[in-house]
Write a protein that binds this ligand. Structure first.
Ligand code: IYR
Length: 223
């Protein structure tokens, strides 16, 4: 083993087969209760909570352990209002010409349109940036690998942390997203990946009555 890259032992709690089956079932049942929510309350969520959720996101595996992400944590009212305005401008154009008829039809059951009220109502907006490459102190570019895959995993971990905390989120992809880089003054090596409002659901929040694929359509067995 390389001296410069030491390994440490890793041990996990040993569960019985029955307990493992129970854990798997209970976690799945709980995960199935997560929903994307578009109607937010403006109720306060402490910054310390958000930091914990983000650090759970950042615990995700990443290619070559580069952790190629930055989570922008936004509560500033003026900035949220500006982001909403810019997102709505782009979304208006998307819904009124840029998106295909098929796409618009696919979104019908979700009840989305170009209005993005949640961006300034939710107490927090988390914008996950993917870092295409790193820049060292001398200005040299350093590679990151499988950036989209890695950042997708971090986003997934983050969403589960939000759900676990008793909060809700929406994975929003305003398109195109370059306005975010400008509004947040992000460096050249970062690209917006997802905009995620986080908070409590509004009292009158509703979600579409969707069902999820069952295992016969999800799993192909090679036993
Ligand atoms: N970006 C638009 C459209 C949209 C696209 C998909 I794919 C969705 O699952 C939901 C919305 C919007 O946010 O409304």
């Amino acid at each position: 083993m390389e001296k410069n890259h030491p390994f440490i032992s890793y041990t996990m709690k040993h569960y019985s087969e029955g307990k493992i089956a129970q854990n798997a079932k209970e976690f799945r049942d709980w995960a199935e209760t997560r929903r994307s929510v578009r109607h937010f309350s403006d109720k306060h969520v402490p910054i310390e909570v958000m930091e914990e959720l983000i650090m759970t996101g950042s615990s995700a595996p990443s290619a070559a352990h580069k952790q190629p992400w930055t989570f922008c944590l936004i509560s500033n009212k003026e900035l949220k209002a500006k982001l909403r305005e810019l997102a709505e401008e782009e979304e208006y154009r998307s819904y009124n010409g840029r998106m295909s008829e098929e796409w618009i039809k696919d979104l019908e059951p979700l009840g989305t349109d170009w209005h993005k009220e949640f961006i300034d109502v939710a107490p927090w907006i988390v914008i996950i940036m993917k870092r295409a490459y790193e820049v060292d102190a001398e200005g040299n570019k350093l590679n990151n690998y499988y950036v989209s895959e890695s950042v997708g995993l971090a986003a997934g971990f983050f969403l589960m942390a939000v759900h676990n905390a008793g909060l809700v989120a929406l994975t929003h992809t305003p398109s195109p997203m370059n306005f975010i880089s400008k509004a947040l003054n992000r460096p050249e090596n970062e690209r917006p990946y997802l905009l995620i409002p986080v908070g409590f659901p509004a009292d009158n929040a509703v979600v579409p009555n969707l069902s999820r694929k069952l295992k016969d359509r999800v799993i192909e067995y090679y036993l």
